[in-house]
Design a protein around this ligand. Structure first.
Ligand code: PMP
Length: 520
């Protein structure tokens, strides 16, 4: 097994901050951290309740008496003839093995610290949980996810985000896509409008459409959504101007490495947007699959494929991340969506949400009768990796490693862009997180600008790119409000997966296609 990386530096730093803020001794070891987690919450405010916003679908959910009956399983000595769980002796699987990534990503600085972590088994027994093994994993589980994984995720959330109110909770999801669909059903009804960045994750818009929910796009700059634009839209909301829609109650935002623009909101930007949401009593869906892929600043001319220097410690790594909305939230108005898709593997289909106990509780009720939680096998695989092989420190070290990898990839695409894209018609801002590079083209300089629409020019440039052997995504596919007039021309390229030389060649081809199209 790879050595676990302790997180004492993170715990010590937090202990100091909590001592200063609340005058309480805070835990400095992982064991104490786990035991004291609940006690710390006493110092924080309680979440607001959202009964006034819940959809008819959500208030009509009665839950499942059968699922609830599981609580009796804890009765000492009870013999269960209750739930329809098959016996594990009939599961035709004997073992599960995972390839544990080798350890080059464990930086020396991080491994040099000392400390201990509990093993899963010991901790499970202390909490009265049965061991999370292959028999449990292959059987029916809970809608909220396997208890052990959920606990691990809650600890991770506390370590990374330190939510600002007491009664928050996490629940496992079948990725963020399913979670978003379920959350929308909780807080919207047909005819509603949700607010988001003017270009946004296409699947989010596609999820909303069949629910009868439309999106109002808010103007953005290099740091994402503009608080004044959001405030203006909400302040002046007139249902008559929006097909009768009531004032939006939900903001859907991708704060880091936004898909498709790559924009990352600064801490100040997040705080300002949160304040606007408070003012208008709006709930924030914080969709953050790229949170840990926040990168080092880009300096033009640097060696493209030189890996960035790793942060000296895990605490430094966490400090370098822009604080989340979940961290800023004192009301319980943020629902954070996390996913392993971009940091472990999308095929795990595991994510989680974090929000107030009320919201998470209602979400679980839905999950019980919808997904029944993510696959137990998948959860076991991930849990073994996170808890037994890595521990909290090892997982953070893995994320730190990914950050360096993506920084190098981002640098490669930026250098290729500097070399191959005609600056006179193409503009971009170096992404500071995620996996997307967003290019703005000055369509007015296209020879057909006077006679053709922006959409037609986009189509033309796109087809020309294909002809030149490169596939990039058309900006119009990400428009929040596809019915509004299209006045800008954008293309999205990802640097997530192609080998470095292919990224360079692809950008060269795209530059060539643009030159042909624009007659340069
Ligand atoms: N949200 C955003 C902003 C994304 O870019 C993606 C993946 N492209 C997802 C959610 C999907 O996440 P998951 O695989 O967890 O459903």
């Amino acid at each position: 097994l790879t050595a676990k990386i302790p997180i004492n530096d993170i715990l010590n730093r937090r202990a100091k901050a909590q001592q200063a803020q609340w005058g309480v001794a805070a835990p400095t070891s992982m064991d104490a951290f786990r035991i004291n987690r609940q006690q710390q919450q006493e110092h924080k405010p309680k979440a607001k309740r959202w009964d006034h916003y819940l959809s008819h679908e959500t208030t009509s959910r009665t839950g499942s008496a059968l699922k609830d009956a599981a609580k009796w399983l804890g009765t000492p000595g009870i013999i269960s003839l209750g739930g329809g769980l098959p016996s594990s002796e009939y599961f035709p699987f004997a073992s599960l093995s995972i390839k544990v990534p080798q350890a080059p990503f464990f930086s020396e600085a991080a491994t040099a610290q000392s400390g201990t972590l509990l093993t899963a088994g010991k901790h499970d027994l202390a909490e009265g949980l049965s061991i999370f093994d292959i028999a449990t994993a292959f059987n029916y589980g809970q809608g909220s996810g396997a208890a052990q994984l959920l606990r691990w995720i809650s600890e991770h959330t506390e370590l990374v985000h330190e939510p600002g109110y007491a009664d928050w909770a996490c629940t496992m999801t079948v990725g963020s896509t399913a979670a978003l669909d379920m959350l929308l059903r909780m807080f919207t009804r047909a005819g509603d409008v949700v607010v988001s960045e003017e270009y946004t994750f296409a699947s989010a818009v596609d999820t909303m459409r069949p629910l009868g929910v439309r999106v109002a796009g808010v103007a953005v700059d290099a740091e994402g959504m503009l608080p004044a634009a959001l405030d203006g839209l909400l302040e002046a909301w007139d249902p008559a101007a929006h097909a009768g829609a009531r004032k939006p109650r939900v903001l859907y935002t991708v704060p880091s490495g936004q898909n498709p623009t790559g924009a990352t909101q600064s801490g100040a930007r997040r705080a300002a947007l949160y304040a606007v949401c408070r003012k208008h009593d709006v709930i924030v869906f914080e969709d953050e699959p790229y949170y840990f892929l926040q990168m080092d600043p880009y300096s033009a001319g640097a060696e493209a494929d030189t890996p960035a220097a790793a942060p000296a410690s895990l605490a430094e790594f966490l400090d370098a991340l822009v604080p989340s909305y979940l961290h800023l939230d004192t009301d319980g108005r943020v629902v954070r969506l996390d996913s392993f898709s971009k940091v472990l593997a999308p095929g795990t289909r595991i994510g989680w949400i974090t929000g107030s106990e009320q919201i998470v509780g209602l979400f679980r009720k839905h999950a019980d009768l919808c997904t029944q939680g993510p696959s137990g096998v998948s959860q076991l695989m991930v849990f073994k990796l996170l808890d037994e092989h890595w521990g909290h420190g090892g997982y953070l070290a893995w994320l730190m490693h990914l950050r360096a990898e993506y920084t190098a990839r981002r640098n490669v695409i930026l250098q290729a862009a500097e070399q191959h894209l005609p600056r006179e018609v193409v503009q971009w801002t170096p992404p500071m997180a995620g996996m997307f590079f967003w290019m703005g083209l000055d369509w007015k300089r296209h020879p057909d600008a006077a006679s053709k629409s922006v959409m037609e020019i986009e189509e033309q440039v796109f087809m020309r790119s294909i002809e030149h052997g490169v596939l990039v995504m058309r900006g119009s596919w990400f428009r929040a409000d596809a019915d509004s007039e299209m006045t800008s021309l954008f293309f999205r390229a990802t640097f997530a997966a192609a080998p470095f030389d292919k990224i360079q060649e692809a950008i060269r081809r795209f530059g060539e296609a643009i030159r042909v199209e624009f007659g340069l």
